[in-house]
Design a protein around this ligand. Structure first.
Ligand code: ZN
Length: 184
């Protein structure tokens, strides 16, 4: 596969855009890493584990939490990165006007109907979040809440299967490891 200078530039712009948008946010994990670590991990998981070379998927992965968790508008995303990337980010964005329990239920119900590309992003997103639950869990979460998160994530991923075997196998490993770490 050949990549152009334009492809590299677009990925760098997306990472830079996400870094600026998430600059004042930190993850809620014990060590409170900068938020941007998470989208970078998701892009890296897609590239390294999933073998994903589809540029709009990698660009959307870098931007996947900007609509949900920052002041980024759909218009700005479309203007900078085009409508294909915008559509992918929208597919993996929860409707924040809904109660949290409803949003979580909808993720399970919608997973099988996501596009092939959005399923990839969702898989990598869940991999990184589950890895955190095992290795660097959010502060103040009870054991029950951590287990409930893993169970929910597993239910979402059940609807994403048949998309990318390497990502799915890796998710299973990361999930098993998280359950083992929590059991101790
Ligand atoms: Zn995410």
């Amino acid at each position: 596969m050949q990549f152009t200078e334009q492809d590299l530039e677009t990925i760098l712009h997306a990472l830079n855009f996400a870094a600026e948008k998430h600059q004042d946010q930190r993850r809620k994990n014990r060590t409170t890493p900068p938020y941007i670590n998470h989208p970078i991990h998701v892009v890296n998981i897609l590239w390294d584990i999933g073998g994903v070379r589809h540029i709009p998927t990698l660009v959307a992965a870098a931007l996947h939490d900007t609509l949900e968790d920052t002041d980024t508008t759909t218009e700005v995303l479309a203007a900078h990165f085009g409508v294909e990337v915008l559509a992918l980010v929208q597919e993996v964005t929860d409707d924040k006007s809904l109660p949290k329990a409803t949003r979580k239920q909808l993720q399970i119900e919608h997973a099988p109907y996501l596009s092939f590309e959005a399923k990839h992003i969702k898989l990598a997103d869940k991999i990184d979040n589950v890895r955190d639950v095992g290795h660097n869990p959010p502060v103040n979460w009870t054991y029950q809440r951590l287990i409930a998160y893993l169970d929910w994530s597993e239910a979402v991923v059940a609807g994403l299967r048949g998309t990318n075997e390497k990502l799915e196998v890796y998710y299973d490993e990361v999930l098993r490891e998280a359950r083992q770490l929590l059991a101790h």
